[in-house]
Design a protein around this ligand. Structure first.
Ligand code: NAD
Length: 472
């Protein structure tokens, strides 16, 4: 049994002052596997004060010192990557291959920032001016449950490279992943207060972070509705805010696409992380003339996808994170049927043979129209909508007719056409015939998918403030 009741503040683990104790349930077995005691507002204040005390020291560190810290963090995460992977499998049912990749990528973030820092000039000459890129100040790094190590390490690497201390608040739904990650980061032996980690409710710990005048920057990843609350609450102290939010990504299959390669990629994009990915490709737009062929191919592929125990490396889709979320996804499937979409795979209830666990059947709807809930809202589960288009213009208009604009996918071998389509999609990232992103390139969303960019240079500069100095 796990018992998580400590926060990491000022370089040490300490019992939280909060008293709310919550069970942790393994979503694959529905068993209680531990308890977490959540931090409260007073704990958040202590963490902020520790980060404020360390800010001057970190800002004064040389590039070489920060690079050394990043290298130590990389090593610490790398040497704990199996435990990081296993905690994600146990806690939210992330499947083996995905959680393995995230645990590696978490370490890679520190290396990427170290290499970037080696080349980065903090003083730039622009006209007569010297422009000095200075750390913004203490940052709050707020993360969701669906990719704890990846999100936290990416943000922390950028913050440290820029010289900003931080208070990290992962989701209250991810205590095991947080505990394992905090233990790993502690092994890097960084100076006290450079980063602090605590778990707590959004309306309490999160709210304190967004309002406290000691916090200068918020780097948030989570839902659009929470992002809006954070933006509103942080305006009084005019914090700098980066928001990485929800998505409803379109996948545009062009007329020439080879279905044998495109459909497995599309299903991988749709069902990655059990469908619980901000970048999940949840709308597949196909030329009407190829609709029947696409549906047959999708049905055949879905049949081969193993749903079940996330510890088994052969499993492709694990459970939904919680019972509440399972029921929310079931509600979408029900509404898809009620609103007239055609079910071509999956449906309501658990997959055959699985009597326990919050497993959702990988579900595909065809004949989905743009006004249906399943076509408009982020479901965050393994549910794919297939929508037919009659012209490329219509496909692009459909892809763009969304409140969201995080990522899009294009499947085609016609590279000229791909370029044209990519240039017209209103999203932060376009992936062509692939499902993985580039960790050095800017990542973020347009429209209600976010504000600002993370990763690489953009990520680091989001923690810097330019100061212009002119002398006569
Ligand atoms: P969420 O918005 O419910 O919670 C995210 C974090 O915000 C948690 O740590 C939560 O405690 C905190 N929070 C909640 N209310 C707060 C408040 N008022 N002030 C400060 N913090 C508060 O999201 P979730 O359910 O944990 O994650 C799923 C969502 O995250 C999905 O919508 C998904 O698309 C999105 N997401 C986006 C990206 C991206 O890079 N764009 C990546 C992963 C997940």
């Amino acid at each position: 049994m796990w018992n998580v009741d400590q926060a990491y503040i000022d370089g040490a683990f300490a019992q939280v002052h909060g008293t709310e104790r919550v069970p942790v349930i393994n979503p694959a077995s529905e068993q209680i596997i531990g308890h977490v005691t959540l931090a409260n507002r007073a704990d958040a204040t202590r963490a902020i004060e520790a980060a404020m005390r360390a800010q001057g020291t970190l800002a004064s560190f040389s590039k070489a010192q920060r690079i050394e810290m990043l290298n130590a963090l990389q090593q610490a995460v790398l040497s704990n990557s199996d435990q990081i992977r296993d905690s994600a499998i146990e806690e939210y049912g992330g499947v083996f291959a995905r959680t393995q990749w995230v645990s590696q990528y978490a370490a890679q973030c520190f290396e990427n920032s170290a290499r970037l820092l080696e080349r980065y000039e903090f003083v730039k000459k622009i006209g007569d001016a010297s422009v000095i890129m200075e750390p913004i100040g203490v940052a709050a790094l707020i993360a969701p449950w669906n990719s704890v190590a990846g999100t936290v390490c990416s943000k922390l690497a950028s913050a440290i490279a820029a010289g900003c201390t931080s208070v990290i608040k992962p989701s209250e739904l991810s205590p095991l992943q947080t505990q394992v990650l905090a233990n790993a980061l502690h092994q890097a032996g960084l100076p006290s207060g450079v980063y602090n980690i605590l778990l707590g409710r959004g309306h309490e710990v999160g709210d304190e972070l967004t309002r406290h005048p000691g916090i200068s920057k918020i780097s948030f990843t989570g839902s659009t509705s929470t992002g809006k609350n954070i933006a509103r609450a942080s305006v009084d102290t005019m914090k700098r805010v980066s928001l990485a939010l929800s998505g409803k990504s379109a996948m545009v299959l062009l007329a020439d696409a080879d279905l044998a390669t495109a459909i497995p990629l599309a299903l991988n994009a749709a069902f990655m992380n059990n469908g619980q990915a901000c970048v999940a490709g949840s709308r597949l737009l196909v030329p009407r003339a190829r609709l029947d062929e696409v549906v047959r191919c999708v049905q055949a592929c879905v049949k081969t996808m193993r749903v079940g125990d996330p510890r088994n490396p052969a499993t492709v889709i694990g459970p939904a994170v919680s019972l509440v979320h399972y029921e929310r996804v079931q509600g979408f499937i029900r509404r898809g049927l009620e609103q007239g979409a055609t079910l071509v795979a999956g449906g309501e209830g658990r997959p055959e043979g699985l009597k326990r666990g919050y497993f959702v059947r990988p579900t595909v709807f065809a004949n989905v129209s743009e006004d249906m809930d399943i076509a408009r809202e982020e479901i965050f589960g393994p549910v794919l909508c297939i929508m037919a288009y009659d012209s490329l213009d219509q496909a692009i208009a459909m892809a763009n007719r969304s409140d969201y604009g995080l990522q899009a996918y294009v499947f085609s071998n016609d590279l000229d056409m791909v370029q044209q389509v990519a240039s017209r999609l209103e999203v932060g990232t376009v992936l062509v015939n692939r499902c993985t992103t580039e960790l050095l390139a800017p990542f973020g969303g347009r429209k209600q998918s976010g504000v600002g960019r993370e990763f690489g240079l953009s990520g680091m500069e989001s923690f810097l403030e330019p100061k212009t100095v002119l002398a006569s």
